[in-house]
Design a protein. Sequence first.
Length: 366
Amino acid sequence: MRVAVLGAGGTVGPALVRDLAESAEVETIQALDLRRERANAVAAEHGAGKATAGTVDARDPQALTLALDGVDVLVNAAAYRTNLLAMDAALAARCAYVDLGGLYHVTLRQLQREVDFEEAGLVAVLGAGAAPGKTNVMAARAAAGLEEVLAIRCASAGLDEQPPEGLSTPYALRTLLDEVTLPPVVFEHGETLDLDPLADGGVVGFPAPIGERSCIVTLHSEVATLPISLGAGSCSFRLGLERRVLDRLRELAADGAAQLPVPAPPSPRTWSAQRVDVLGRRDGERVGLTITAVTPPHDGWGIGGGVVSTASVAAATVRLLARGRLPLTGVHPPERALPADELFAELGRVGTSFQTTTSDSEVPTT
């Protein structure tokens, strides 16, 4: 399979290129970025001889479409604001499309491309990252076998064991700022509700070494699709940022500067964890199921688990496409596109582990 990675020089791009380069299903990789020097560096360091670098601006539809000539699938690791432009370029170039998430509102607009991709005989998988992505499939796995899904709560957190000096963020700074300044949307009792930015999400217990973490409710794409896909009455997303990161984001949001600082990349010693709680009914009884995932640092790549956790889901999606395991057309969220057993097995390649527990306890909603 011939793959193009848009945003190859960003935070997630290097791990994505590396994972794809180590995939037998992938023949060639086009590492595309606005910055040629970054694209060249990523292709050279992580492309394993399969990657070539290219410069392209996603805001130039013709240039992006031309860059996709001969490509089988475009993986968009650039800012979520480029998602619609990248989808249109994939349609024009007649290739499949995968991205890392649309922060709820863009995801809803992307889902409206369903007929276009269906008629073209192409598939688009939206939000194939850690959260959204892994969290969606974890929710689907937890909901399997339930007669009714009452509530879903998704949460994600990270830990940098060796944080660099100054500002450092686990993914794109502008996306993080949107998550702390835009009103989060939750789905409660069949209705969408807007909460205040930075709404308290309580304390969530994540796998070690992260442990318990105070969370905020944030805008996220899981809430846009899981209630429909799984018939859930309630759904929300919580983010457990490290205190140093959240405090700096608050400062930047209050400052309102048009020009944002350039954060240092996270260290190679980051961990990523996700938790999904599902409350439902089975055999007429209320039951709660919790699935957790944790991704460690990838010492072999010299890349932290926080980045690998996201990139590995998109890379696994490409491999499943190449093997014919996603016989779909149209536009799909992860829970409708990715088989849980196969995805979880693929993520084991990078050290991600999962654990499921069952109880009769309530699942917190908003």
